[in-house]
Every structure is written in C-alpha cells, then in structure tokens.
Design a protein around this ligand. Sequence first.
Ligand code: GAP
Length: 503
Amino acid sequence: MANNEELFKAIISHAKEYGFIFPSSEIYDGLSAVYDYGQYGVELKNNIKQYWWKAMVQYHENIVGIDSAIFMHPTIWKASGHVDAFNDPLIDNKDSKKRYRADVLIEDHIQKIEDKINKEVEKAKKRFENFDEALFRQTNARVVEHQKKIDDITAKYAELMQNNDLAGLKQLIIDLEIACPISGTRNWTDVRQFNLMFSTQMGSVAEGADTIYLRPETAQGIFVNFLNVQKTGRMKIPFGIAQIGKAFRNEIVARQFIFRMREFEQMEMQFFVRPGEELKWFEYWKKERIEWHKALGIAPENYRFHDHEKLAHYANAATDIEFKFPFGFKELEGIHSRTNYDLSRHEEFSGKKLRYFDHETNESYVPYVVETSIGVDRMFLAVFSNAYCEETLEDGSTRVVLRLPAKLAPVKVAVLPLVKKDGMPEKAREIMDMLKPHYLCQYDEKDAIGRRYRRQDAIGTPYCITIDNQTMEDGTVTIRERDSMQQYRVSSDEIINKLKIEI
Ligand code: GAP
C-alpha cells in the first residue's frame, strides 16, 4: 500500500464490499456522517459491546448496568452545561462557502509540521547509518526549529481555547496562513460558537411543544439515576453504573469515516467514590482500561495515553487513550475524574438531594465520579483498521485478510463441504447443527474451496472446517486457521473442544 491515505480508502471500501458498513440512505446519495452497519458489521459491533459489558459489569461485582432513554428532561442539559457550553468554534471560507472547525484547522496545521519532523527524522536516521555527519547536523537543526514552532503554536492555541477567545482563534488562522483546502484562499469569516446538540419538539401541538434534545452523551442518564440504582441495588461506595447507548452530535467536521459521526454509540461507566479518593480510582481505571485494550492482542505500540494539560473546570484529572488509526494517533477513549460537578449541578437544578450516607464514616456527601467513556464505532474502526491486511503469498497470489481478534470476529467458523456430492453437504450440515448452539457459523458450498477460504479471510473468520473424502471414510475433518493458513485434521467429535480453547 503506497501510503496511509490509500490504506484508509481500501479499508473503507472493504468495509462496504463485505457487508460491514454502508453509508446511510445510500440510494438517496447518503447522509453525511451517518452510517449503517451491515450483516457482519452488526456482529462485530455486538461482540465489541459484549466484550466491554463483560469486562465492566460481569467481572466487577460493584458495577451494574442500566439502559436509560435517549430523550430526557431538557433541564438536564442546562444542569450539565451542554446548553451553554457544548460548542465548537466554527469558521466559513467566503469563497468556497465551506464550513470548518477553527480548532481542527489549527490542529491539522500542527499535524502537518509534525509530519515534516517525522520525515526529517527518518531521513536523518538513514544519513546517520551512512555516517553523513554534516547532513545529520543540518537536519537536526531543522527538526529543532520545527519543534519550537509547534510548541509556540500549541501554547498560543491552548490559551485561546481556554479563554474562549474566538477573535484570537481567527487571528491565529490568519497568522499561520492557513488556506481553505477547496478554494485555496484565506478569505475567512469570523469564528462563531456552534452548539452540537440536536433538538426536536416533544408534544402533539407545536404551540405547547417543549424543545428537547437528543442526548449528546449517555453519561447524564447515569447521573440522574444515581440514587435509583444506589437504593434499589443497595450499592455501597465505591460502585459503578455502566451503560451502552446511542448519542447524537451535530459535528461540523464530519469526516474520517466512522471516527466522527453524527449518530454514534458510547460505552460509558461512572464510578462513584468517596471525596478525596478520586485520584486513586482515576489511576485504577487508567490501568484497567489500557489492559482491556491490550488483552485483545493488538500490538501495544498502537496505544498511548494523552494526559490533558488544560482541564475542564469541573475535572481534576483527565486522559485519553489514543490509538494509532491509519490517519495517526487519535482519541479512542476518555478517562475523566469529574469531581462531584454533575451530581451537585443536578441537585441544584432539580432541587432533589443526590447524596450518599456512608455508614463507615457516618457522613453524608455528594460522591465524586471517575468516568470511562469509549465510542463503540471508534473502537470498531480501531479493531477493523488494525485487522485489515493485504498479503502476498509464497505462490505470488494475494489475499486480503481481516486478522480480527477471534473473540470479536463476526463469524467464528465456516463449514465447507469440499464438493457438492458424495454425502459431503449432508455431513457438513450435521457439523453445522452441532456447532450452531456454540458459535455463529456459516455454511458455504459455492465455488472452489480456495475462493471460499478467501471469502472467509476477507470477513475475518478465524476457522474453516472442511469436509472431504477422508471425512466420509474416518469421520475426521480439516481445521484451517485464518492467520497461518495451516490445516490439521481432527475427529469431528473433537471440533467443539478444540475450538472452545481457541475462541
Ligand atoms: N461523557 C464523556 C464524553 O462523552 P467525549 O470525549 O466527548 O466524552 C467519549 O466522548 C468518547 O465517545 C470518545 O472518546 C469517542 O470514542 C466517542 N465519540 C465522541 N464523539 C464521537 C463522534 N462524533 N463519533 C464517534 N464517536 C465519538
């Protein structure tokens, strides 16, 4: 693959061609930043959700799940700060009439300089190998210069964002000579704030209708149910509430496929702790969550933490787990120590007490919260893009294989009669019936066996079971492994035990 952009394009078209992800409303030319999951996509997505739910709810005795409604009382979004402050800074180019996020324009500019540095460093490494010291020194000076530029821009940018200085953001875009990628001009409007929440009306007549919002995060559904769950579940602090559900954001810059969508799903967990113990639990959840990612067997160098230097006013610690997507390291999950901000605000706005009586300390308090929040779709993209592989085999042929972690693969086993005669389809059906209660299996008898293996490789099926002449004689079958393409024979009675260990 020539470069990462081409790789990313190949991944997107593979996702469509093999029934993982389709653009929404495609026959009507699509709907920007909205996607549908196809027959394999929904399986992979469900497996990701199950993997998360098991790790959070099943393995932690002090975490329970809920499923709150998407529509909530509009005052919730006042209390949470979303009505007043859930904004992106927006800027238009007057010539192309295209709209951009001012912060993204600046971040992309910084990224370009970083890419330049990386290229220089790569070149310098080669020169160092050839021991061209003079050239190495020159490169080194350029790298230092670029790095200084990045540090200066980043510091200025962080200050402007922190102070909500919209005029300053526009000035920075002008100073950095950032041009519109479509028109190529620097003819920009002023920067304005744009609220990301979708609103709609509730009620049968427009006059009496109330504006309500499609939730932009699932977390508030957890906060407002904190006491319901604590009381009915007799939960003792520290304890957590987990939820998986849809969230909606009117993203201005909707690109990078399912990385930034307008309708997406989140897996969030709010962990309620004693005041003063939140930073200990923040460290605990950082460790737990990175281990959850790494347990999938994806190379550890694809993950890194990015601690937030400037914190939101209600947070006293925050970090992102970033993943190396084909377009670079980007946020996959957020872990935030949110203090008692949300519960206190809901106390204030609802007039109801949201306190916990701690029998150990004999105190009543508003608990502090550590949150873990990950997008299902972003996790899907991380797993899918990491799994996508184009290989040239020893015989010179090529194959596209999805090296998905077996526990997440949509189809676990394909059952393939070598030919459509001599009792092989019937035997294959028997094996399908035996495996169906355990795994999602697929039966396929069409085309030559090699083509069928390729089809299964392309959707990431870890195992193919082939029924051949020998099966009809001694009851053994071959199991073919997706990654190594190695095959071995086992008795058909042993298939379940063999696969149970592997999947
Ligand atoms: N309750 C905290 C919260 O919502 P966030 O950083 O805004 O925090 C958490 O979002 C996670 O949700 C992100 O790390 C990302 O994985 C996912 N996410 C956010 N916006 C998204 C979007 N527009 N499309 C897809 N996933 C998104």
